[in-house]
Design a protein around this ligand. Structure first.
Ligand code: ADP
Ligand code: MG
Length: 357
């Protein structure tokens, strides 16, 4: 369906795409993930025909995208451009009626069907300004389906959405997949990519670094850059720069991290407490980096603290055994490890017990 061979594109000195090849089969859902600036949006723009590349070939259904009828390549971007002065239903039918010359009644019937499939039938008479971001995004996806695209391109469709709205958009994407749509999804949301894709492509520095099934990319990435990206995408990394760190902000970040994994209030409080007690014991003047992540088996929560070169053992049982903070940590964690890595940085690693979460 989509065949990209060796395309490259530069903006002045910036190489946005560097010899990118990618093939997407009919009815396949492929997600593109990767750090900001890796060329993901540029690649979608090339597929849509909005941007022309310098070398290589790109075809959609065997054709040059620029020669395809309008709407054959559906596009939904983060800021969906619904017409603010038109109702949801009018937004849905304006292009089919005025561009494709389809009859109004037939278009409206189809629009209502699509709106009900994305859970927006009841809001057919609303104006975009009256809808939440997530609702607008669902309408935007339904609207692009009105043109019966050969391929649908989605660029960060869940960015800036809260968790509930994001999962509603994810449901819509799953629904499209069932209806045999060919989809290319660009997203920062690794969990979304794993959930909805047949294949995930990891881009870095304008290149396709690695591609594979969601399981391969998620559980066993081969390239170090993919591994680093997947790890950081799933962690909360927080730098404590001094004793005056922003305690409420750190707590809010922990809450957000837990929200992504639908972990409850109890878990939030447990992590916040262990983190607070750890920061009570450790010296903060030199700064440290705190990482919270889920274990591979999904059962444990891990907290890792990395500190610049230090020879002291802060959690040495003998010296802190009667310390209240230490007693709390001990009581809530399965294991507490303290060690030094090759570069001489100190690492403290604790595993919060499943039953306190
Ligand atoms: P991503 O979507 O992965 O974050 P982009 O495709 O937006 O990355 O950008 C890839 C690179 O190309 C970035 O370094 C970006 O700054 C640059 N870039 C993108 N669009 C333009 C543009 N219109 N003009 C100049 N540079 C651009
Ligand atoms: Mg982008």
């Amino acid at each position: 369906m989509l065949d990209i061979q060796h395309i490259s594109l530069s903006y002045d000195v910036i190489v946005a795409l560097d010899d990118v090849s990618l093939a997407v089969k009919r009815n396949e859902t492929v997600s593109i993930i990767g750090p900001t600036g890796s060329g993901k949006s540029t690649l979608l723009h090339c597929i849509s025909g909005l941007v022309s590349y310098e070398s290589g070939t790109l075809t959609v259904g065997g054709m040059n995208p620029a020669e395809l009828p309008r709407g054959d390549i559906g596009m939904v971007f983060q800021e969906n451009n619904l017409f603010p002065h038109m109702t949801v239903l009018q937004n849905m039918t304006v292009a089919p009626v005025h561009v494709h010359g389809r009859s109004r009644s037939e278009s409206e019937a189809e629009a209502l069907e699509l709106l009900s499939s994305v859970g927006m039938w009841e809001r057919k008479g609303a104006y975009p300004g009256e809808l939440s971001l997530g609702q607008r995004q669902r309408v935007a996806i339904a609207r692009s389906m009105m043109m019966h695209p050969q391929v649908l391109l989605l660029d960060e469709p869940t960015a800036s959405l809260d968790l509930v709205s994001a999962s509603e958009v994810a449901d819509v994407i799953r629904g499209l997949k069932k209806n045999d749509m060919t989809i290319v999804l660009v997203t920062h949301n690794v969990d979304l990519a794993v959930e909805v894709s047949d294949r995930i492509v990891f881009m870095c520095d304008g290149k396709v670094c690695e591609s594979g099934t969601p399981q391969q990319i998620s559980d066993n990435p081969q390239d170090q850059r993919t591994r680093d990206f997947m790890t950081s995408a799933r962690c909360l990394v927080y730098e404590v720069k001094s004793e005056q760190y922003d305690h409420p902000e750190l707590n809010a970040r922990i809450e957000h991290f837990c929200g992504r994994y639908r972990l409850g209030t109890r878990t939030v409080h447990s992590i916040q407490l262990v983190v607070e007690e750890l920061l009570n014991i450790l010296p903060l003047e030199e700064g440290l980096t705190l990482t919270v992540s889920k274990s591979r088996d999904d059962i444990h929560l891990l907290i890792d603290i990395s500190m610049p070169f230090s020879e002291t053992d802060y959690l040495d049982e003998e010296s802190v055994s009667d310390d209240l903070s230490y007693t709390i940590i001990r009581g809530m964690c399965d294991s507490i490890e303290e060690g030094t890595d090759e570069s001489g940085d100190k690492h403290i690693h604790v595993e919060i017990r499943g039953d306190v979460l």
